[in-house]
Structure formats: structure tokens, C-alpha cells
Design a protein around this ligand. Structure first.
Ligand SMILES: Nc1nc2c(ncn2[C@@H]2O[C@H](COP(=O)(O)OP(=O)(O)OP(=O)(O)O)[C@@H](O)[C@H]2O)c(=O)[nH]1
Length: 472
């Protein structure tokens, strides 16, 4: 394809009309602000909402408890030494992230926090005797506490039951907290179904685990999971619902594929915007598209659905920006799998922008987590190598701070760095799609149009863009 830029001294509308009349086959790209969105407006049922007693019975109490308002005490266990110690972050920063996760739940309150160093996360009681006593004392003495959040990926079932028995309040891990956030933020049919799908491995492991622990000190006479027949019935029912959900997601995915093909046929380059949660992806797209309707929020996982927004590059070429779900570290893979599938699908784009919050104290860890996850995707060649890295929220860092040279520094609140970024996106798109940009200074009604005809005859695919008199 070829981008032609004509001299900039002609009056836009006249030229546009002319071009539209003369070369209808070129397909005029209007500078409209239409939103091409895959968002579904109707809402359907996640697993919890299946109107069926059998399935209602499968959802464990702990998942329901996580969806209620709580006054929570946060405990952050971390490995102090050895190969399992986290290298690219610190316990303080991780505790800060745990606080942000809870703050995202608007009806939850944080009553207190505590960091506890461990040698491993595998112990049945998780903590040693002294640490357990400390936590137990803290919880029993503070009547405000209605639950405890242990900030690790996921608790094993026996650890979970042990801690709940000991502390006498519901205990949550990152899995249940993030699941709760996902449930609240899932707007579209697909996101809701994905949340349900993400819940299933947890429910399955619960059914199996409770069966194994039945009759032990952890579970006495619950009667909820005993007996091979009951267990296998529950597992079969769960698999049935899992299949139903997968089928529905597959249907929606096919629709999305159709939409994508449609977009491709319209020849709009697609730019996927990815990044750690809360880095400013939605804000940046809003700046690049001036789409008033978009509403960035200061909460984690504000965006669970893939949405597409049209923007115009400096050369007047229209591009579609894809807003994606944010990344976060330390989550069980089975929770993220359904979302990753959508993400992987969404970023089969022509170009990727990686938005980083450079004001965040854990910025280095966030960046490497996103890049590692992207590398694990099955993306087409060149896409990762050509990522545009954006250092957002630069208004929040001192001007003399050292930052990577390859970052385009932006501030969405102060609207800075956007022009430079758009130029970089334009270059990236032109490279990725092997476009050519040619500037012709000529009278539009005469020579220029002859050339356009000639180029089309030579087999070039051309598009016309009205806004700065460019043909592209
Ligand atoms: N100071 C400052 N705040 C910003 C900037 N960009 C975004 N924010 C704020 O950061 C918060 C998160 O912004 P979003 O655009 O929702 O971030 P996101 O990456 O889309 O978030 P998720 O959907 O949760 O992954 C909002 O409160 C924004 O107003 C910036 O350049 N400077």
C-alpha cells in the first residue's frame, strides 16, 4: 500500500469531494470518531448465576464470602532468603500492591497490615508458631477485623482451612481477591463467562480437596463432599457447566474474529495497547483518540473487556487502538488463562504499545512481568521486537530522574509527549505494513489525480484521507 501526501495548501473539503467523486474505489477514510467496539451490551450469567440449584451448590462458601464487604487485615508473607526470594521487587512494594488490590473493592476497608518473613510457603500452617500467635492475637483483639487477606498467589486447601479454623474469620488469598475484582468489573457477556471459567479449576480443586480432608482435623462431619459417588457427581456437573461456558465463549470468539476480519478488510492498522494494571492504557488511548466517552479509573483491572477505538495519525491514516486487560504478577495461571486467551487474540495487532507507569516504585518489576508474559504468547514475528515503550505518568517523577532512553515519555494528565508518540506509532505502522509515504506538490485537480490513477493502475492499493489533504 502507498501513502500519498499532497501539498498542504488546498482547501480540505473541496479536495475530499473531488477525490470521493473521482476515485470512489479508493475508499475514503473519514475523520470521524466512530468507536469500533467488540463490547456486548447484554449481560449473561456467570457460573454463580446459573439458575440451577445443582450449580449453586457447587460454588464454595469462600468464593461467596469474598464477594461481600469486609474490614480486612492484610498479611504479606515473603521469602527472606534463598532461590525463592523475589529479586525484582521488595516486600514493602508487594504489600503496597496488596493494599491497591483491596482499595479497588470500594466497599472493603483495610484495618491493618503486617509483613511476615518465611523460609517457604509450603508449610501446612504457612507461618511458624510465634508468627501464628502474633496473627491470631492481632485478629482476636481487634473486633473490627472481619477477614484476613494473605497476600500470596493461592493458599493450598489445607492451609486455607487451617488458618480459617485458627483465626475464626474468612481468609482470602490473591486468587479470591482478584476473582472478586474481576466479577465486579466484568461488563460484557464474554468477560462474565471468562470469570466463570476461571473459577472452575478452583471449585474443582475444592471438591477434590475437601473429599481428601473429610474426617481429618480440618473437616468434621460437614457432609458436603463425602463419598465417591457424590464427589464424582459434583465433578461431572462441574465439567458439564465448564463445557457450556467454553461453548458460549467460543461462539463469542468467532464473532470477534469476524469483527477483526471486517476491520482488516477496511485496511485499518491495529495497534494493541498493553501494560501492567493501572499504568494508564485507557488514559493514553483517550488522549490519542480524544474519545470523551472513555473513563480511566484509579483502580486495578478497570478494563476487563477488549475495546477498540479509532484514532488518526499525523499522516491522516486512521488506526484502531485496542484497549486490553492489565497484567499483574503473582496470580495462579488458571485464573488468568481465559483472559490471556482473549489478550493473545487482541494483540494479534500490527503494532504493540507497552504503557509503563514510570512513577510507580515497582516499575521495573512491572515492566519485566509484562514483557515475560508477552514473550510467552504466540505472537507473529517482529511484533515483540518492534514494541513501542511508553513511560507514562512522567508528570509524577522529578525531571532529572534517569529513565530508559528507548521510552517515549508521556503524561496523559498534562497531555505531554503525545505528538512524539504519534509520530513513533506512524513510523511503526508504516514499517509493519510496509506502507510508503510519498509527498506530491501539485494541483490536486490536475497532475496529482493523474498520478493517483496511474499508481492505482500499477497495482498499488491506495486510501484517501481528507484531514490534511493527504492521500494515503
Ligand atoms: N498523574 C498521572 N495520572 C495518570 C496518567 N495517566 C493515567 N493516570 C491515572 O492513572 C489511573 C489509571 O489509569 P487508566 O488509564 O485507567 O489505567 P489502565 O492501565 O487502563 O488500568 P487497568 O484497566 O486497571 O489496567 C487513573 O486514575 C488515571 O487518571 C498520567 O500521565 N499522569
Amino acid at each position: 500500500m502507498l501513502i500519498l501526501e499532497l501539498a498542504e495548501s488546498y482547501e480540505n473539503d473541496v479536495n475530499l469531494k473531488l477525490l470521493k467523486n473521482v476515485i470512489p474505489s479508493l475508499g475514503v477514510l473519514y475523520n470521524d470518531k466512530r468507536q469500533y467496539s467488540t463490547t456486548e451490551s447484554d449481560v449473561t450469567t456467570p457460573l454463580e448465576l446459573f439458575n440451577d440449584e445443582e450449580v449453586q451448590d457447587l460454588v464454595p462458601r469462600s468464593l461467596r464470602q469474598a464477594c461481600m464487604p469486609h474490614q480486612v487485615f492484610i498479611v504479606h508473607p515473603y521469602i527472606k532468603w534463598g532461590p525463592k526470594k523475589k529479586q525484582d521487587t521488595s516486600p514493602d512494594l508487594q504489600l503496597e500492591e496488596a493494599v491497591s488490590l483491596i482499595k479497588t473493592l470500594h466497599d472493603w476497608k483495610i484495618v491493618g497490615t503486617k509483613k511476615i518473613s518465611l523460609l517457604s510457603l509450603d508449610k501446612l500452617s504457612l507461618f511458624n508458631k510465634g508468627q501464628l500467635e502474633t496473627v491470631e492475637n492481632l485478629v482476636s483483639k481487634n473486633q473490627l477485623i472481619t477477614s484476613v487477606f494473605i497476600n500470596i498467589k493461592s493458599l493450598k486447601i489445607n492451609q486455607h482451612l487451617f488458618l480459617e479454623n485458627l483465626l475464626g474469620v474468612p481468609v482470602f488469598d490473591r486468587y479470591s481477591i482478584v476473582m472478586n475484582i474481576f466479577k465486579r468489573h466484568a461488563v460484557t457477556k464474554e468477560a462474565k463467562l471468562q470469570v466463570s471459567l476461571a473459577e472452575i479449576p478452583f471449585i474443582r480443586s475444592r471438591i477434590r480437596g475437601i473429599n481428601e480432608l473429610e474426617g481429618t482435623n480440618f473437616i468434621k462431619n460437614t457432609g458436603i463432599g463425602s463419598g465417591e459417588t457424590i464427589i464424582s457427581k459434583r465433578l461431572t456437573a462441574l465439567s458439564f457447566y465448564e463445557q457450556q461456558i467454553k461453548k458460549s465463549i467460543e461462539k463469542l470468539r468467532k464473532n470477534r474474529e469476524l469483527l477483526r476480519k471486517k476491520r482488516r478488510n477496511m485496511e485499518f492498522p491495529v495497534v494493541a495497547v498493553v501494560g501492567y494494571t493501572n499504568a494508564g492504557k485507557t488514559s493514553l488511548i483517550k488522549c490519542l483518540t480524544e474519545e470523551e466517552k472513555m473513563s480511566p479509573e484509579d483502580k486495578l483491572f478497570a478494563t476487563l473487556d477488549v475495546t477498540v477505538h479509532a484514532g488518526i495519525l499525523p499522516c491522516s491514516l486512521k488506526v484502531l487502538y485496542v484497549d486490553t486487560i492489565g497484567f499483574i504478577s503473582d496470580l495462579p495461571t488458571n485464573l488468568l488463562e481465559p483472559f490471556i486467551a482473549t489478550l493473545e487474540d487482541a494483540i494479534q495487532a500490527d503494532l504493540i504499545i507497552h504503557v509503563q507507569d514510570i512513577s510507580h516504585p515497582d516499575h521495573v518489576m512491572q515492566k519485566s512481568h509484562v514483557l515475560k508474559t508477552l514473550e510467552s504468547f504466540n505472537l507473529r514475528g517482529g511484533l515483540i521486537q518492534n514494541i513501542i515503550s511508553v513511560g507514562n505518568k512522567c508528570d509524577k517523577v522529578p525531571t532529572n530522574s534517569s529513565v530508559d532512553n528507548d521510552l517515549v515519555l508521556t503524561s496523559c494528565t498534562k497531555q505531554t509527549g503525545l505528538k512524539e508518540l504519534e509520530e513513533k506509532i506512524e513510523k511503526g505502522v508504516i514499517n509493519a505494513l510496509q506502507l510508503q509515504k510519498i509527498r506530491i506538490r501539485a494541483d490536486l485537480a490536475g497532475l496529482a489525480l493523474d498520478r493517483v490513477w496511474w499508481m492505482e493502475e500499477c497495482g498499488h492499493r491506495l486510501m484517501v484521507s481528507p484531514s490534511n489533504l493527504g492521500l494515503c
